[in-house]
Design a protein around this ligand. Structure first.
Ligand code: GLN
Length: 514
């Protein structure tokens, strides 16, 4: 079992970020609900515990709590916001409603610059606050180690028992030195060695898949996305031709994407596996004809996808294992790992598909975050263009074409998107812009080309960066690049006579259009 730190989740918005920050130090980390019995947590033998923030107030009846024994266990514990308030409440301090609630960036000054928790942190820095309550009296044995104008106990510690509390959120990037503080906690206070490596993960996973599967048959639905690709390669390395990958090409992929997937996973590619590509675009276009409503389009694509996959699976017959590309955020968001239980149920987690005859699900990426999946992918030698691929929605271009879908519209958006991506790469913006794509608006307007009147479609370009997953900022693409992309799209893509750039952030917009 790798050395680990456990995050106990009180329902805070940033709980996954806490775990990521720990893992950035090459220390394995898992999230558990505060309802998990202490005995179970103890069995995992963690080097330290972090308690997250949460929506409750500790003095309310039925507020999320913790057993007192947790703090008497003797391992380092860091409470963040609610977690810190809870530690004080249980150990004899006082938490009250603040007159001035603090939200956002706040200046904090250290009272103990020598504390190992603050190694390499300057005396004054900005931290991110988000609270209504505050600690008015520290529990016996604790002392203040940092304060802000409105918050006398912004950070506190009881050194002899290695108990620490932060009123602020070190896990969000708005806390300038938050990363450093969490690294200090994990490496200096908990004494973790930071030797958890993605390469080890890949090798260990391949070995354990081989052991588990034996000579069983395995079926994997390949989408061409990062997760299913990495899962497929892990399995191919573990069991070779006992694996069959079914790739459903619904005709709503980006330009040439289907062929790219086939080049990597097909018979010409480097991996040992059985590859089945189903070219199902006609079926999809037929079902989607005339359908304009986004939710209905999504539903039709989702259902048709299952039908096609099911038909292929039947040809293969009974399999022992079905592979799913579930990753850790899916697990946590489904409420299985953490406490933010009700955000959404994830299609990958929980409900087992009943359309394929199989014994068991295998989820080799279940413990990893997205960037970790990418690292494993690169380690396994999967081409960078596939591993670094931008998030692409399951319904594909189906929801990047506003209104009804036709083969012609798919062609238009594919061509425009390919030009856009090419120019962004040429300008070196592909590294700085998180997600960018072209969409086809349902608008047609009058233009003039070569002295002739046109009445054609408008393409919308979008480029956003998202820092915390819940919000997204628009990327300020240089005007020159936008002009170049626009000219090329209008010249090269038939039936487009206008290009727009969408400068709406999220919220109020969403990243995708439908
Ligand atoms: N609900 C508590 C408060 O308002 C804790 C908030 C938090 O953890 N972000 O102070």
């Amino acid at each position: 079992m790798p050395e680990r730190v456990i995050v106990i989740d009180y329902g805070g918005q940033y709980n996954q970020l806490v775990a990521r920050r720990v893992r950035e130090n090459n220390v394995y980390c898992e999230i558990y609900s505060y309802k998990t019995p202490l005995e179970q947590i103890k069995k995992m033998n963690p080097k330290g515990i972090i308690l997250t923030g949460g929506p409750n107030s500790v003095y309310e009846e039925n507020a999320a709590s913790a057993p007192r024994e947790l703090f008497e266990w003797g391992i380092p514990i860091l409470g963040l916001c609610y977690g810190a308030q809870l530690m004080m409440h249980i150990l004899g301090g006082k938490v009250e409603r603040a007159n001035e609630k603090e939200f956002g960036k706040t200046h904090m000054a250290l009272d103990q610059t020598k504390n190992p928790l603050f190694a390499e942190v300057p005396k004054e820095s900005v931290v991110w606050m988000s609270h209504n309550d505050y600690v008015t009296k520290l529990a016996p044995g604790f002392s203040v180690i940092a304060h802000t104008d409105n918050c006398p106990n912004a950070a506190f510690a009881r050194e002899d028992q290695k108990l620490y509390g932060f009123q602020f959120h070190p896990e969000v990037l708005h806390s300038e030195y938050g990363r450093q503080m969490l690294a200090n906690f994990v490496l200096r206070i908990c004494g973790c060695s930071g030797d958890w490596r993605m390469d080890d993960f890949a090798d260990q996973t391949i070995a354990s898949l081989r052991r588990k599967i034996g000579d069983g048959k395995v079926l994997c639905g390949l989408s061409g996305g990062v997760d299913s690709s990495v899962a497929a390669v892990l399995l191919s390395k573990a069991i070779g031709r006992q694996l069959t990958c079914v790739f459903v090409d619904h005709g709503l992929l980006r330009k040439d994407e289907g062929d790219q997937v086939e080049a990597v996973f097909g018979p010409e590619g480097p991996y040992e596996l059985n590859f089945v590509r189903v070219n199902a675009k006609d079926r999809f276009y037929e079902k989607l004809a005339g359908v304009e409503e986004p939710e209905r389009k999504r539903k039709i694509i989702g259902e048709e996808f299952i039908r096609v996959f099911e038909a292929e699976a039947k040809k293969i017959g009974r399999v022992d294992y079905l592979v799913q590309g579930t990753i850790y955020p899916d697990v946590v968001e489904s409420g299985l790992g953490g406490e933010s239980a009700t955000i959404k149920s994830h299609h990958n987690v929980g409900g087992l598909p009943d359309y394929v005859d199989f014994k068991e699900i295998v989820e080799p990426l279940r413990d990893l975050f997205k960037d970790e999946v990418r690292k494993v992918g690169l380690h396994l030698g999967i081409p960078e263009e596939l591993v670094m691929r931008q998030p692409f929605p399951g319904p594909g271009l189906g929801i990047r074409i506003i209104g009804a879908i036709t083969e012609e519209k798919v062609r238009i958006v594919q061509e425009a998107d390919a030009i856009y991506r090419e120019e962004m790469e040429k300008a070196g913006l592909n590294r700085t812009a998180g997600q960018y794509f072209a969409a086809l608006t349902n608008m047609r307007s009058v233009g003039v080309m070569g002295d002739e009147r046109t009445y054609d479609y408008a393409i919308a370009l979008r480029a956003v960066n998202t820092v915390d997953f819940m919000t997204a900022d628009v990327v300020e693409i240089p005007y020159e690049v936008l002009k170049k992309v626009t000219t090329r799209i209008i010249n090269e893509v038939n039936h487009v006579n206008r290009v727009f750039y969408d400068i709406t952030s999220k919220p109020p917009g969403t990243i995708e259009f439908e």
